[in-house]
Ligand binder design. Structure first.
Ligand SMILES: [Fe+2]
Length: 398
């Protein structure tokens, strides 16, 4: 079986070679996979003000408004804006009715990801497999239909209040899901500009102390995911990183889930801070893949997005220079923007992290440009966590 493009990737004019480079896509035989996953369907966020969050993602992250649901379309509970960039789709939901469940989620967790929705070719088979393996089925397989066709959907529970909707939209041609109408924005765009980011590389979950292996096992058992090589143990992560991390991925590597748990350290770890302010496990960061991270960072900075600082010592350290070798731009270009570099036996990657995007010190973004490396920047953990800890100290949580 050969790899195929998803509809979203085709719409974004991406090809397989680009995706191999952007997100490390690999060949996979789905016929023997108990829970085949095609790719990401959408990231659904519950936020305090979806109208303004949608504007933020359009004005700062260059995303385009594509669909909408709200009181005007018969949804009296909440407003939901669907915004897209490249093959990535975010759905931003904000409560309208004071007793909306969206409001409850926001009250407890702040702005956060409620649903990491996955596109699957056979929803019923996935639900069967999930049930057999003891997963919590939040929503049985069912059809939703409108004049654009039928979507088959179900949902299973993941860590904390996070869920995975399973979506088969192969018989549907509407802008998102039944209940949504196509909608665009009057925001002016340079028609020649490339998207700020093209694809979603990975979504990281923070779970409680001692629960990481349980969730790794969940994704392996229920969804047939496999472990990727990257592993951060307490042996290298005691003083600064104070976390343990393992990565599981779908067969084709489109969907990659690093899972973190806090590790015991001298000071409160960034994972503990997240768990305290999110009130439990949840999505920590989303890594957005770009083919030109320098341009992406420049555009985001011009739009007022703030990134974590990287100390100059990171770039002048002879050991780092030795380790990373030659990359596609002079290191001074990276230093000027605070972009980090990591290298492994397969190649290298460039990455940078934003500050938390909401009011709580919880969810943030990573920008990543891969050049062969299938890693996640393990070599940068120490430099990165020193920077995070400076921010934590400024908030008085360290
Ligand atoms: Fe990451």
């Amino acid at each position: 079986m050969t790899l195929d493009l998803t509809d979203a990737e085709r719409l974004a004019h991406l090809d397989l070679d680009q995706l191999r480079q952007l997100v490390g896509l690999v060949e996979h035989d789905a016929t023997t996979d108990p829970f085949p996953v095609t790719g990401w369907d959408a990231l659904v966020w519950d936020v305090g003000n979806a109208t303004q969050s949608a504007h933020f993602f359009m004005s700062a992250y260059g995303m385009d408004l594509v669909a909408y649901s709200g009181p005007e379309t018969g949804n009296r509970d909440h407003k939901a804006y669907v915004v897209a960039s490249g093959a990535v789709r975010f759905v931003l939901r904000g409560g309208v009715a004071p007793d909306s469940p969206v409001m409850d989620h926001h009250r407890l967790h702040g702005d956060g990801v409620v649903d990491v929705a996955l596109e699957v070719p056979d929803v019923d088979a996935c639900v069967r497999q999930a049930r057999e393996q003891g997963a919590t089925i939040l929503q049985e397989a069912h059809d939703v239909t409108d004049e654009h066709g039928t979507v088959r959907m179900a949902a299973i529970a993941a860590y904390g209040d996070t869920r995975h909707s399973l979506v088969d939209r192969s018989r549907y041609s509407g802008p998102y899901l039944p209940g949504f109408v196509a909608r665009s924005s009057t925001m002016r765009r340079d028609p020649d500009a490339t998207p700020v980011f093209q694809a979603l590389d990975h979504v990281v979950g923070n779970v409680e102390l001692g629960r990481m292996d349980e969730w790794v096992d969940f994704y392996r058992r229920v969804m047939g995911f496999t472990n990727m090589a990257e592993f951060v143990g307490d042996d290298i992560a005691t003083e600064y990183s104070a976390l343990m991390s393992k990565v599981v991925a779908s067969g084709n590597h489109r969907v990659k889930f690093p899972l973190n748990e806090p590790a015991i350290a001298k000071k409160k770890s960034q994972i503990d801070e997240y768990l305290e302010f999110y009130r439990g496990p949840g999505v920590q960061h989303l890594a957005l893949a770009t083919a030109d991270i320098l341009q992406t960072v420049d555009r985001l900075r011009d739009a007022g997005i703030e990134f974590l600082d990287t100390p100059d010592s990171y770039y002048t350290d002879p050991a780092l220079r030795e380790r990373i070798g030659e990359v596609r731009v002079p290191i001074e270009e990276l230093q000027r923007r605070g972009i980090l570099v990591d290298r492994d036996e397969d190649g290298y990657l460039l990455q940078i992290f934003t500050k938390p995007i909401g009011d709580r010190p919880t969810v943030f973004f990573e920008l990543i440009e891969r050049h062969g490396s299938l890693g996640f920047g393990k070599g940068n953990f120490q430099a990165l966590f020193e920077a995070i800890e400076r921010e934590q100290a400024r908030r008085g949580n360290f």
